[in-house]
Design a protein around this ligand. Structure first.
Ligand code: CAA
Length: 380
């Protein structure tokens, strides 16, 4: 376990979350994957235990946990069920634009019900034609009196259709590139807001991924975040702060796969002895454990840089997300291999972990985009 600098209270909290994850989350993981339904019971559990309140300051109903504690919580939940870990990660992602750029009134109105878990949040940046090139978005917002009128759509939105509060990025001035993008708080009930297709995915099956459609959607002007044109920076600053959380989800999945591979290899008898007696298996386990530990150090480091208010942490967030997700893919693949035929079957969770791991290399910026962010920072 990596050295961490949690307060005593936060250490106790993380130990409690580990227990909750083992006792309450783990038994639901296979069923959540099988049914593909959003686990409202898990959302309630996280809300009741104040786990969803962790990323929010106390003045807005949260418990003001450190980012290090938040990533450790995501890790412990994802170790048992990646869909459940994602509930906390996306609550933070969807709310961060408000935390970063919201005025006092917006914060007072929207953050307490998000901290209590009464409402879910979503982050609407991606569109059908703009993924890695986030600035290529087509959704527009035109000011009309005391409203903005939004037209366009967002795709692959985690919690899309479930979230009451959606941080939406749209063009207020299409002629000036990234400086013409603005951010809005869009409630699910605003006129002209609707939900399109719900995706059928490879993994994180219980998490709902939906399309958001804006047809002359009326958003009060007071729901603009910051000033017109601030949107792209708000999106980038948010992702800088939340990518370690996706690293933590990947880390949790990888740790869960390692736990499984270790226990299986001690029990599985072939040629009259546990397969763990074979050096071929031992070396795989050693490499898996080393990768997991290295990923942990990067994830915790990025979180602590955020907690310490360091300025130049963007590349470290990207390194944490990129490395941990690549390790999660490797380690879950190796876990399937160690479990052999059982690894490929749904009877064991290894194959689910492998499917769940894949998305962590893709969302919140593909790992190719993370490399670009790191390289740009090195070369600037
Ligand atoms: N912080 C603050 N400002 C930033 C910034 C940062 N990290 N990165 C860029 N900016 C600013 C730049 O300084 C620049 O400002 P000026 O106009 O004042 O000069 C402006 O933003 C434009 O920057 P770039 O020229 O670097 O922009 P770009 O078009 O080249 O894009 C990119 C950069 C890093 C590739 C960006 O498009 C990107 O991150 N793409 C990936 C998008 C992504 O991660 N999507 C994930 C969606 S969310 C999701 O997946 C959630 C889920 O389901 C769980």
């Amino acid at each position: 376990m990596a050295v961490s600098h949690l307060s005593e209270d936060e250490q106790t909290l993380i130990e409690a979350i580990r227990e909750i994850a083992l006792e309450r989350v783990a038994p639901r993981a296979a069923e959540i994957d099988h049914t593909g339904e959003f686990p409202w019971d898990m959302k309630e559990l996280l809300a009741q235990q104040d786990i969803l309140a962790m990323p929010f300051p106390t003045e807005y109903g949260g418990i003001g946990a450190s980012e290090l504690a938040v990533v450790m919580a995501i890790e412990e939940l994802s170790r048992q069920c990646a869909t459940t870990g994602l509930i906390l990660a996306v609550q933070q992602l969807g709310s961060f634009p408000i935390l970063l750029a919201g005025n006092e009134e917006q914060k007072q109105k929207y953050l307490p019900p998000l901290a209590s878990g009464e409402w879910l949040a979503a982050f609407g940046l991606t569109e059908a034609g703009s993924g890695s090139d986030a600035a290529a978005m087509k959704t527009v917002a035109v000011r009309s009196g005391d409203k903005y009128i939004l037209n366009g759509s967002k795709r692959f939105i985690t919690n899309g259709g479930l979230a009451q509060v959606n941080s939406i990025f749209a063009l207020t001035d299409p002629k000036i590139g990234t400086r013409g993008i603005s951010a809005f708080i869009v409630e699910k009930d605003f006129p002209g807001f609707s939900v399109g297709r719900i995706e059928d995915k490879m993994g994180i099956k219980g998490s709902q991924t939906g399309e958001l459609i804006f047809t002359d959607c009326e958003v009060p002007a007071e729901n603009l975040l910051g000033r017109e044109g601030d949107g792209f920076k708000i999106a980038m600053m948010t992702l800088d702060r939340t990518r370690p959380g996706i690293g933590a989800q990947a880390l949790g999945i990888a740790q869960g796969a390692l736990d499984l591979a270790v226990s299986y290899s001690k029990q599985r008898i072939q040629f009259n002895r546990p397969i763990a007696d074979n050096q071929g298996i031992q070396f795989m386990l050693a490499d898996m454990a080393t990768g997991v530990e290295a990923a942990r150090l990067l994830v915790y480091n990025a979180a602590e840089m955020i907690d310490n208010g360091e300025q130049d942490f963007s590349r470290y967030s990207s390194m944490a997300k990129m490395f941990a997700s690549d390790i999660a893919m490797d380690v879950t693949g190796d876990a399937v291999q160690i479990l052999g035929g059982y690894g490929y079957m749904k009877e064991y969770p290894a194959e689910r972990m492998m499917r769940d791991a894949k998305i962590t290399q893709i969302y919140e910026g593909t790992n190719q985009i993370q490399r670009l962010v790191i390289a740009r920072a090195l070369l600037e």
